[in-house]
Design a protein around this ligand. Sequence first.
Ligand code: FAQ
Length: 322
Amino acid sequence: MVTKPDVPADDPVKVAEFEARIANGESIEPKDWMPERYRKQLIRMMSQHAHSEIVGMLPEGNWITRAPSLRRKLSLIAKVQDEAGHGLYIYCGTETLGVDRHELVTQLLNGTAKYSSIFNYPTLSWADIGVIGWFVDGAAIVNQTVLAKASYGPYARAMIRVCKEENFHKRQGYEICSVLASGTPAQKAMVQDAVNRWWWPSLMMFGPSDKDSPNSADLLRWKIKRFSNDELRQRFVNLTVPQAMAIGLTLPDPDLRSDESGREWSFGEIDWTEFFEVVAGNGPCNKDRLAARNAAQNEGAWVRDAAEAFAAKHRERVAGAA
Ligand code: FAQ
């Protein structure tokens, strides 16, 4: 793994004490001393995570008006609302590191912040909503269950609640897929097509392979991450292949093979050129996603203005009464 030495060195004695706490399994809390690089890595990772939850509402939100029944509509609305809550919750967690949420949101809106590559793909059919729940929330659970043991307390605690909700989302998505997979030939074809389109981008969610992951060395040393990108990707593949088989769907990889135990699946080469293109802003929907977030920001200006005017009046009243 390569590292990025772009933050000034901290007092070595304090660093040694800090690392002893980490080695001891202690939780680091907002007011505790921490190396500047630890703080910066957390702000980077947590803000990207929060942005992902917020942008992640868009592909699914696109299907709320077209969900095929009232039951499906209600559960999709609830899911999208949950993702908004996760985003706000993680922005709060990031603020405990001394950064202003407005600064982070501005970076998202002006295109200088990253968010998960997966949300730059289009949702073409109802089956995509099932597959997002199954694959995307499924991948998020594999990643975030481990983050629930991260060394930074506010992030770890946020992940406990987030994972509980993601579990509902995954079950809901898998149920949509299983119903379609046992439906008419057209429904089965629709869900198979969605699986074919989302499989590889879902594997990319776990980030670049370990040898190309510049942040992993820091994150693993400080127990923010507990497993590498490739280890978690493998875990996701091992969990998901049997789930696909159970509902009669195939995964679009001719190189998928299990070992003798039947539990460990090797898989084909990921198209890393596609991944890096999407991360660089050139995926199928990057421009649409940023345009949608900017439109929401602009359309909400009157609400912020009204809240600000109300707060100013309240301050005046309080000052007048004093
Ligand atoms: N997309 O050195 P690494 C969800 C960037 S939430 C875009 O390996 P790291 C819920 C990375 O930032 C999904 N960029 O980085 C939901 C870095 O760039 P930088 C989000 C990516 O941090 C479900 C560079 O590449 N989950 O799905 C991606 O060690 C349904 C080098 O990478 C989280 O954020 C990517 N896929 O590992 C919502 C979980 N991968 O900053 C709605 C927390 C890497 O140096 C609907 N985050 N990059 O310029 C993590 O676990 C880690 O940050 C990783 C990346 C694993 C994502």
